[in-house]
Design a protein around this ligand. Structure first.
Ligand SMILES: Cc1cc2nc3c(=O)[nH]c(=O)nc-3n(C[C@H](O)[C@H](O)[C@H](O)COP(=O)(O)O)c2cc1C
Length: 192
């Protein structure tokens, strides 16, 4: 499979980056072709400008958007790795969706309503959270974690086979717990 990993964390020494390294190693060890899109490292501009929006409304794809879309369409599967920031994805990832998932490429409006156009076989979403699972349960907030990316974006664009992994309470994990998560992540890449 061709897998595009969209990675979102500003720090190359973060636990999120270790998750990236492990899933990439797992995916590659079982013969998948992997392209990593590290949004912070490449300085991705998350702002969809007025000029770009005007071009899109005329049916033209601005060059920098065309490059992103080529990478997206190259892949048959997608992986997203990011920390939960204010019950959502970091803004730079939201901006990547704004810029790349354009009307006509990712979805279209038809007389039967909105139709998702992405043909990706599946997607995996890996999220780390500072809060404990109990915190999310007590605050009736578990469903908020899935909403922005899986329900609000991937499902809207037609990708139905989406699996999740959420790692809670990151700051309180022991070294052994971290190692176990990294091992699990590598295996999930091998078996993707
Ligand atoms: C701007 C910001 C917003 C955050 N918002 C949340 C949040 O809404 N819920 C939560 O559980 N943790 C939140 N956190 C904690 C991060 O999710 C946590 O630090 C991260 O998952 C740890 O992964 P890392 O060690 O790779 O950075 C936030 C952290 C930052 C910096």
């Amino acid at each position: 499979m061709k897998v595009l990993i969209v990675f979102t964390h500003p720090n190359a020494n973060s636990f999120n980056h270790a998750l990236l390294e492990n899933i990439q190693a797992g995916l590659e060890s079982s013969g998948n072709e992997v392209l990593v899109k590290d949004l912070y490292q490449e300085g991705f501009n998350p702002i969809l400008s007025a000029a770009e929006l005007a071009e899109l409304h005329k049916g033209k794809i601005p060059p920098r958007i065309a490059i992103e879309q080529k990478q997206l369409l190259w892949a048959d599967s997608l992986v997203f790795i990011y920390p939960l920031w204010w019950f959502d994805r970091p803004a730079i990832l939201k901006g990547w969706f704004d810029v790349v998932l354009t009307n006509g490429l990712a979805f279209e409006y038809s007389s039967e309503g909105v139709k998702g156009l992405l043909k990706h076989k599946k997607a995996k979403v890996i999220i780390t959270a500072g809060g404990s699972k109990q915190y999310f349960i007590d605050n009736d907030a578990l469903q908020l974690i899935h909403r922005p990316v899986t329900d609000g974006t991937l499902s809207f664009c037609g990708i139905k086979d989406v699996s999740h992994k959420i790692y809670y309470d990151i700051a309180n994990l022991s070294d052994n717990e971290r190692l176990a998560i990294l091992e699990e992540t590598k295996h999930s890449g091998q078996n993707f």
